[in-house]
Design a protein around this ligand. Structure first.
Ligand code: FES
Length: 106
């Protein structure tokens, strides 16, 4: 399945992702440097913050309480479509997903 990352400088990178991988792992594997995934995906560092494209926001599962709490506590530029990429596990339904990558806060 293909995932497109739109970088802070508006460059687009489309990568092939594996089903079952997290969005964070996919970004790290493809050298998207603004998504560093420092905690390894255990929902404690927020260095995997990203924005889900508007066209996709209704198709995604919502963030759970733990993710929402971390987003609210750690992210200054949090928006309605903010997510932690390590909490999104990719399946066929995500083919074509577009993710906006914020400037790194770290
Ligand atoms: Fe640490 Fe997502 S990788 S919260």
């Amino acid at each position: 399945l293909n995932i497109t990352f739109i970088l802070p400088d508006k460059n687009k990178i489309t990568v092939a992702a594996n089903e079952g991988d997290s969005l964070m792992q996919t970004a790290v594997d493809n050298d998207i440097e603004q998504i560093s995934g420092d905690c390894g995906g255990c929902c404690s560092c927020a260095t995997c913050h990203c924005f889900i494209d508007d066209k996709w926001k209704d198709k995604m599962l919502l963030a759970d309480d733990m993710e929402t709490e971390l987003l609210e506590g750690a992210i200054d530029n949090m928006q309605e479509n903010s997510r932690l990429a390590c909490q999104i596990f990719l399946s066929k339904e995500h083919d074509g997903l577009v993710v906006h990558v914020p400037e790194s806060d770290w």
